[in-house]
Design a protein around this ligand. Sequence first.
Ligand SMILES: [Ca+2]
Length: 312
Amino acid sequence: MPRKIIIDTDPGQDDAVAILLALASPEEIEVLGITAVAGNVPLELTAKNARIICELAGKPDVKVYAGCDRPMAKTLVTAEHVHGQTGLNGPKLPDPLMALQDGHGVDFIIDTLRAEPAGTVTLCPLGPLTNIATAFERAPDIIEKVQEIVLMGGAYFEVGNITPAAEFNIYVDPEAAEITFRSGVPIVVMPLDVTHKALVTPARNDAFRALGTPVGTAVAEMTDFFERFDKEKYGSEGAPLHDPCVTAYLIRPELFTGRHINVEIEVKSDLTRGMTVADWWGVTNRAPNAMFMGDIDADGFFALLTERLARL
Ligand SMILES: [Ca+2]
């Protein structure tokens, strides 16, 4: 039985690859819907980009909803400096023909969790946690129905990428992250500690390009664009594919290793706002609330990605 998921996303080139991987893997993953959130770029663009990617995958029937257009408490911070003005800079992709679904993404999350049997729907947030936390606040009855949350966000050893202390997704909406991490739902976290090891080297990008399909070409062109930023900033070999770690985990969890630990979100400090305070070394008595990943079999991850993208 494939695992039923809702992808909550702010595409983003790496979100795009995460969505493609999910849509290419129907044996393991059933995408109930995609909810867009403001993050890398504003909501209007993330809601459009999600549909562009569904059409690129040849799946125009996927339900895409627009969710929250701003964080719960803060002013929106975006990341065009990384992803470009559209969020999907790199390939030339046509505007989507498929329509956005009527209704709000948060309502879709609530209605879906109420309609499906308890413990059968996994939430996969790939951006700021605004939609998830808003749904939990508005409809607390759905919290215990969530099977698991598998998310990209945070960092411990790599610390921050948008500030010295904070990773982008958590930084953009720390209040939402705090609600999510305190919800009691089982959480799997793909922090920068993992995603910075999922680097698209030239050989790995050549493998995408060599697929010779519209999807392979688009993914290669997306990472060509996206890698400039990280190469310059970190001196790394290529772009980190952050968000696909989430969907890869649903297919091949054994690619990842980590620790079940306590993770708290800093919401008060101006200096470290949005920091994921991860008790990796077990120095507190705070109860574990998250499986915080620390390592990835990167070769296995890219082999899986290339194999699956070839199906689209
Ligand atoms: Ca994202």
